[in-house]
Design a protein around this ligand. Structure first.
Ligand code: Z5A
Length: 212
């Protein structure tokens, strides 16, 4: 759905799919088309949200209950919506968000096994009828993503999960893309970066034209 004059764009994918590598590219595409862009991320995006992110990704609470994890994701999201996302959209700014509620369905629903209806209740509570207008799902085999991510940094609390956790996360993402094909554009992220970006460019050329 479209709120105000801005558009709400999210980028999703499993570990190492290339979100960080492609977000700046997407921002540049939008700016080249004359859009004012606000970048944010989840969990995080606000001072409170970034503190919650540290709790979620750090190793101080390794045995965190699944419900606690889910509720903290939505607590950070409520803050991001209130402080940044809604005001920007209302002002006609395009919001580009590194992950959003699809990640809760994929990780907490698909990965942890929390009932999707409970996630839907939280989605309706925190977002009302606000949903992303466009989502880019960067998809690739789990082993490829983990290998790419592994080369890069110390693993966070999620990256320490086993491969079958990430397989479930990937399947949940693919199900969302299947169910909501109009909103979610699937991009094969296993190809070389220049090919991934060529496909992303196509997605945004179409979208920007249809949104004008
Ligand atoms: N989470 C959740 O559980 N529930 C929620 O509701 C939300 C989040 C919102 C946040 O991490 C964590 O929170 C996340 C889900 C959970 N779980 N984890 N971990 P995040 O989003 O900040 O970070 P991440 O998922 O760990 O992202 P990442 O590992 O930084 O991956 P990425 O940004 O998608 O990849 P990248 O850094 O762009 O690329 C990884 C490497 O691959 C890098 O060396 C690149 O140079 C290389 N790369 C990228 N693309 C290519 C191509 N095409 N070819 C070859 N090499 C490439």
């Amino acid at each position: 759905m479209t709120v105000g004059r801005g558009r709400f764009i999210t980028v999703e994918g499993i570990e190492g799919a290339g979100k960080s590598s492609n977000l700046e590219f997407i921002k540049q595409l939008l700016e080249a088309a004359g859009k004012e862009v606000l970048f944010t991320r989840e969990p995080g995006g606000t001072p409170l949200g970034e503190e919650v992110r540290n709790l979620l990704l750090g190793h101080r609470h390794t045995g965190m209950a699944d419900d606690t994890e889910l509720l903290l994701m939505f607590a950070a999201r409520a803050e991001n919506l209130e402080q940044k996302i809604r005001p920007a959209l209302d002002a006609g700014i395009w919001v580009l968000c590194d992950r959003f509620t699809d990640a809760s369905y994929a990780y907490q629903g698909g990965g942890r096994g929390i009932d999707m209806r409970r996630i839907q209740m939280l989605e309706e509570w925190t977002q009302g009828d606000l949903r992303p207008d466009l989502t880019v799902l960067l998809d690739l085999p789990v082993e490829v993503g983990l290998e790419r991510a592994g080369k890069r940094s110390e693993p966070d609390r999620f990256e320490k999960e086993e491969i079958r956790f990430f397989e479930s996360v990937r399947q949940a993402y693919l199900q969302i893309a299947w169910d909501q094909a109009e909103r979610v554009k699937l991009v094969d992220a296993s190809s070389p970066l220049y090919e991934v970006q060529a496909r992303i460019r196509e997605v945004f050329d179409d979208y920007i034209q249809s949104a004008s």
